[in-house]
Design a protein around this ligand. Structure first.
Ligand code: MN
Length: 292
């Protein structure tokens, strides 16, 4: 299934170029009382919601996909984890040849390190940085460089602690495309990558059963129609099962938590007014406007 959030907080089932309003299925989520459970209730109760979607979709209003405003399918993760320098060519081509990317912060530590994410771990982005495609990205400091980073993003479906490489994929609910927008500079990553709208998820959530091999997807990004990034996820240095094992070895992953798997080569600056388009095999494509 492909599930979107659209036009306010409607829940949509994406079928081809149509969106069927299945908001009625949200009644499968039990009422929340304080303190609310960790994670995103949509993913914590996904099996029940998925079954309810099948019951209500026949009565759902159908919209043209082109006519709806797409929002992030993930709303309240406890953590957005992100892998640093997880494609070899991103280091060789971007970090080493463009001083504006690293700004002298990590480059010396990275030289000769085969699997940087294992050595340095994942970093966190604030949940408040999430935006959907229709909301766009507000460039926080136009006097400095903000770069695009397209990333395969893995949505956790079940509470997960100490997963192994062998059982890691059992915890995956599905996938979405992510833009890890990044203010370049010398501050900590978690600060530079967490301004409002600097984490774009979309165009929708694709359930894991629709993706035969998340280690063999093509992802791409263009700015104003010009190709900037394209890779197969086969080039990931630390792959999805190892990322889940690594992250869950240190902290509990909750439903709706997201692991952004890292960006391939070709990162570069965007300025207010640019239009980012991004897509991935089986994940759809999205258009994201930048603004000041
Ligand atoms: Mn990134």
């Amino acid at each position: 299934m492909k599930i979107c959030r659209f036009d306010g907080d409607r829940l949509g089932l994406v079928e081809g170029v149509r969106v069927i309003d299945v908001t009625a299925a949200l009644d499968a989520i039990p009422p929340q009382t304080w303190p609310i459970a960790m994670g995103d209730p949509l993913y914590a109760h996904w099996p029940a919601v998925a079954a309810r979607i099948q019951e209500v979709k026949g009565a759902g209003e159908s919209h043209a996909l082109a006519d709806v405003a797409l929002l992030s399918p993930i709303t309240s993760p406890t953590k957005i984890m992100a892998a640093p320098v997880n494609y070899r060519k991103h280091f060789e081509i971007d970090v080493k040849t463009d001083p504006g990317v690293d700004q002298g912060v990590h480059i010396q530590q990275l030289e000769g390190v085969e699997r940087p994410t294992e050595k340095f771990g994942v970093f966190l982005k604030a949940a408040s940085s999430i935006a959907g495609p229709s909301e766009g990205v507000r460039i926080i400091r136009p006097d400095r460089r903000t770069d695009h980073e397209i990333e395969l993003s893995v949505v956790i479906g079940k509470t997960c602690r100490n997963a192994t490489r062998e059982n890691a994929m059992d915890y995956v609910a599905g996938y979405t495309l992510g833009l890890d927008m990044t203010l370049r500079g010398q501050e900590d990553r978690s600060f530079r990558k967490s301004p409002d709208s600097y984490t774009v998820f979309g165009p929708w959530f694709t359930t894991a059963d629709e993706i035969a091999d998340c280690g063999d997807l093509e992802i791409w990004l263009k700015v104003n129609g010009e190709h900037r990034q394209r890779t197969s996820t086969a080039a990931l240095t630390v792959d999805v099962p190892d990322l889940i094992a690594l992250a869950s070895g240190l902290y509990t992953l909750h439903p709706g938590d997201v692991i952004m798997t890292g960006t391939p080569e070709g990162v570069g600056p965007v300025k207010p007014g640019d239009v980012i388009t991004a897509g991935g095999t089986g994940l759809g494509d999205m258009t994201v406007q930048t603004r000041d």
